[in-house]
Write a protein that binds this ligand. Sequence first.
Ligand code: DP6
Length: 326
Amino acid sequence: MIKQSKWVRAHTNIAFIKYWGKEDETLILPKNNSLSLTLDAFYTDTQVCFDKKLNKDILFIDGEEQDKKALKKAQVILDLVRKEAGIHEFARIDSKNHVPTAAGLASSASGLAALAGAASLAAGLNLTKEELSRLARRGSGSASRSIYGGFAEWQKGSSDIDSFAIPIDEADWDIGMIFIIVDDGRKEVSSTEGMRRVVETSPYYDGWISSTKEDLIDMKSAIKMQDIVKVGEIAERSALKMHALNLSANPPFNYWSPESIEAMRMVSELRKQGYPVYLTMDAGPNVKLICKASQMEELMEKLLQTFHKEQLVMAKPGPGIQILED
Ligand code: DP6
């Protein structure tokens, strides 16, 4: 028998309060709560088919079969779904990443959230958003937040049961993000490895945990007030603290390239010119600018003096996970 899902779409999210450290690596329980904004510009569409004719799980991304390593995170989700639904068939996963440039901004957050949705649908499980968030989390921590549109908070919880994301705010106000895509071709330290190293070796890790609690409280009240300056300031601080942890790890590492630093300088320059623009960065050299959506076009003009058109992508708040009707 074949059990095939409809296509399921999930958008990527960027954290304003970063998740950087695991309490439990197998269950993917984080050390701290995190908070993100789901964005409209990047998303993944996924379909899953459990088929008894298959003799192994297979994963196609944009039509290309992926290797075992890429399949590993996906299989964690498939196995959980099979166990819950009591099915034994292998699965074929088809995924399409929608990214507006060629610069490879495929995201594990949108990918694993869409997979959680599609796999549970194919298996006939009727999961709540909370259960979907828990399932997506087992593939990749940040995916737990992509179940929701707008701002979402991943509450760390203390076990598999109570570690999931909740919606915070629809973000239907004047906020947007410009991505500056910088690819310096280096092999990066994976987020999983980076987190492990800072938790084990950074002398600043306790400070990260205690200050993040305050940042989260301040961020939630700034979001409620729709205060772009406060939201931006706190997000920038959270990102820079995360990157400071990396510099303080043993051995130290960082994700910055010369172009990232140039982009960061531009952000200060734009602020001097009076624009509320703040930066955030994740486990790679790309720089993301948090700004007013209504000023994005104007800011793009300025950024185009330094960066190529292909390096810049504008995004607005995006929706939560959705099943696409044919
Ligand atoms: C820097 O969710 O990719 O983007 O749980 O190991 O799969 P795993 O990590 P992942 O880490 C994301 C880290 C981050 C910050 C964030 O999104 O909160």
